[in-house]
Write a protein that binds this ligand. Sequence first.
Ligand code: ADP
Ligand code: MG
Length: 403
Amino acid sequence: EQSRVRNKDKSDKATVDQVLDPRTLGILKKWLKNNTLTEIFGSVSTGKEANVYYAYRKPMELPEISEAEELKPIAHAATKKEKRDYKKIMKMKHEEKEAKASINFDHEKEFAVKIFKTTVLVFRDRERYIEGEHRFRNSKFKNNPFKMVKQWAEKEMRNLKRLKAANLCVPEPYLLKNNIIVMEFIGNNGNAAPRLKDAGLTEEENILAYFNVLKLMRKMLQDCNLVHGDLSEYNMLYFKDQLYIIDVSQSVELDHPMALDFLRRDCVNINDYFDKQNIQTLTTEKAFDFITDTKISSKDMDFTLKAILEQNEEEIKSMTFEERRKREMDDKVFQQMYIPRNLQLMSFEDIDKLNQNQAPDVFIGKTGDSSAPIVTREFQGIGTSLKQTLQEEAEGEETEEAE
Ligand code: ADP
Ligand code: MG
């Protein structure tokens, strides 16, 4: 029988073989056999950690059998051939029913099949996303690559579900098995939607896209308690005037010790990209504040963001060349600033010190420490005092060692 796992061309084959270890291949073959998927094609994308394939499902065309006939015992069928056919059809019906149960639809549908690679090397880098996140805290699988990738797939599935449930634009996830996720295909007739980077947006569309990305990031945090962690023009697809967020296996919850650092980095990536498209972006700090500010209600979100962006534009317009340069420099400082994470970890003396623009003890010698403490929302404005503190330090004061 001819394999339905096709390759676009020969050069693709090596990669396909590398990803599709026997276990993975076994699962795909089973899905093809029971028509969970009708056909799987060569990869849409081959990445470091995962490959994405295009697949579709066509419901089987089965001969109509009436209820009464279905109930008719096989023994009553007249000839051997009739018996055989009958058995075959019933088996197909059963399999079709199974497939429908596993993916809940009747009509023809396209899918993206994301397969996480079972090679070890790339997972080193990922450990820091897992460490400290409570959903993974007791991970027993650190040294088992197969179980590791399974965890990544599970995590992506869970995050996609959570985002979809909150009505964010993400591919709807359908099926998870080991290292494989079957999800909604963003695109049409086998043509995947372009990544934001390749979407060739007009200025007007870019302005709207920037607005929407900030909203997406905010909703992701406020409604889903998640920070993407790898957000960029490469991990958003543009389809039917909508931005879709993808690639959420590394996304972390807010209680992850690095969550706010990841969020800030996401802000930097997004701003950098839209800067390059000549869009008037917010500073990293303003974007970060909009996303994290719990005082903005979801009802006021659009209105507030619009006001923030308009004010930003006005400000930039009225700035001298030097003032713009200073704005950029200040932003660089914010980008490197230590993000405090937890007021509990700061003593009252520390907060007093902060308010007097002195470095609090909790910061000294701890910059970049991943067990860093956390910002709470009441502490808006911390950025400004801290920035000053850091600037003063940079102007020559020696940092004291913490005891
Ligand atoms: P990676 O970890 O390799 O970056 P991604 O989830 O970002 O994995 O997927 C890689 C690429 O595959 C994307 O840039 C996109 O082009 C394509 N892709 C991923 N998911 C989908 C989808 N649901 N629909 C269409 N294309 C997709
Ligand atoms: Mg990606």
